[in-house]
Design a protein around this ligand. Structure first.
Ligand code: ZN
Length: 332
């Protein structure tokens, strides 16, 4: 982690010396500020800045009612707008969200089971208050873009960012473009084999029961074992089962999308017991079939933690803002 942060600093200083825009069209002018909204189901992280070393303001807002929460977001940005005028704002949101710019509900949070948040025009509320380009995407695609710009996915064009916490979500890039498609991927809801003898827990997804999210989120672990995941001891069988479920997902993702790397973040995903076991199980499950050294020899660099650590989400929102400004996407 220390090494990666250092590398980011060098990258920034180098780029600032050349011009206002660095690699990937990344604005490096220290006077350019961007707003970031990382919208999660329990909290919303907001920040202003232009990269990993330049967050000039940050706040954390509890996700309560839409009206109260959005008012608090707008108040945060308004309080800083004179000193740090924002060129664009990026929103990386929990979902499902409508990402189709031609849709009448573009920028809405759509069918979320979170009370009060279904059919909320999150992007529109921000756009009406601050008439700047707005980048809008899923929380995981935002984090993926942040990792692509500054973190563990630099130099790649096809990779996955998976978060494993209170929910499971996945995004990333294929061929250098963020994954969108018909709606957006819902990697947490794939079906994986469920051995009912080893694990009689029925699963907790309200839609599918024992899909990946139903079996492997933090709340699923708590329901299965009767203890919050963070209180389970390191040698508890919960961890190996959890890693095995995630490795089944890795197997599917590797075979289906051929990613060059998979980044796993989130509260459960960042537990020290998880990544080493996921790598081991993934290797065993693939059984030498994918004949690529990145998998057969360098699994520790293939399934990795976010290079931006806990800041992947909010920096991802900054990256979305930068992309929106660069592309001059201002769809009104
Ligand atoms: Zn599901």
């Amino acid at each position: 982690m220390t090494r990666k942060i250092y590398a980011i600093k060098v990258h920034l200083e180098h780029a600032v010396g050349i011009s206002g825009f660095g690699e990937n069209g990344l604005p490096m002018n220290p006077q350019h500020f961007y707003g970031a909204i990382e919208a999660g189901g329990t909290k919303i992280n907001c920040a202003i800045g232009n990269g990993p070393d330049s967050l000039v303001a940050e706040t954390r807002i509890p996700t309560t009612t839409p009206a109260e929460t959005i008012a608090a977001i707008l108040a945060f940005f308004a309080a800083h707008q004179t000193r740090y005028p924002m060129q664009a704002i990026g929103i990386a949101s929990f979902g499902p969200v409508d990402l189709n710019p031609r849709s009448p509900t573009y920028g809405y949070i759509t069918s979320t089971p979170k009370p009060g948040w279904a059919n909320v025009d999150l992007r529109g509320a921000i756009k009406r208050a601050f008439d700047v380009p707005i980048g809008f995407d899923t929380d995981v695609n935002g984090a993926a873009l942040g990792e692509y710009r500054w973190g563990a996915a630099q130099g790649l064009d096809t990779f996955i960012y998976l978060t494993v916490g209170t929910g499971i979500g996945g995004g990333g890039m294929i061929g250098g473009k963020l994954m969108h498609g018909l709606v957006h991927p819902e990697m947490g809801h794939i079906r994986i084999p469920h051995d009912h003898q080893r694990d009689p827990f029925a699963g907790a997804c309200p839609y599918h029961g024992d899909c990946l999210e139903g079996l492997a989120t933090g709340p699923a672990m708590e329901k299965r074992w009767g203890t919050r995941a963070e209180y389970l001891p390191l040698d508890h069988p919960a961890w190996d089962l959890e890693a095995y479920y995630l490795a089944l997902a890795m197997h599917n993702f590797v075979c289906m999308l051929s990613p060059q790397r998979i980044i796993i973040g989130g509260g459960v995903g960042s537990h020290p017991n998880i990544l080493p076991r996921v790598r081991q199980h993934t290797q065993t499950l693939l059984n030498g079939y994918i004949n690529a050294p990145d998998i057969t020899q360098h699994m520790d660099q293939f399934i990795v933690a976010p290079g931006l650590g806990d800041h992947a989400g909010v920096l991802g929102a900054i990256a979305l803002a930068i992309s929106a400004e660069s592309a001059k996407i201002n769809l009104g």
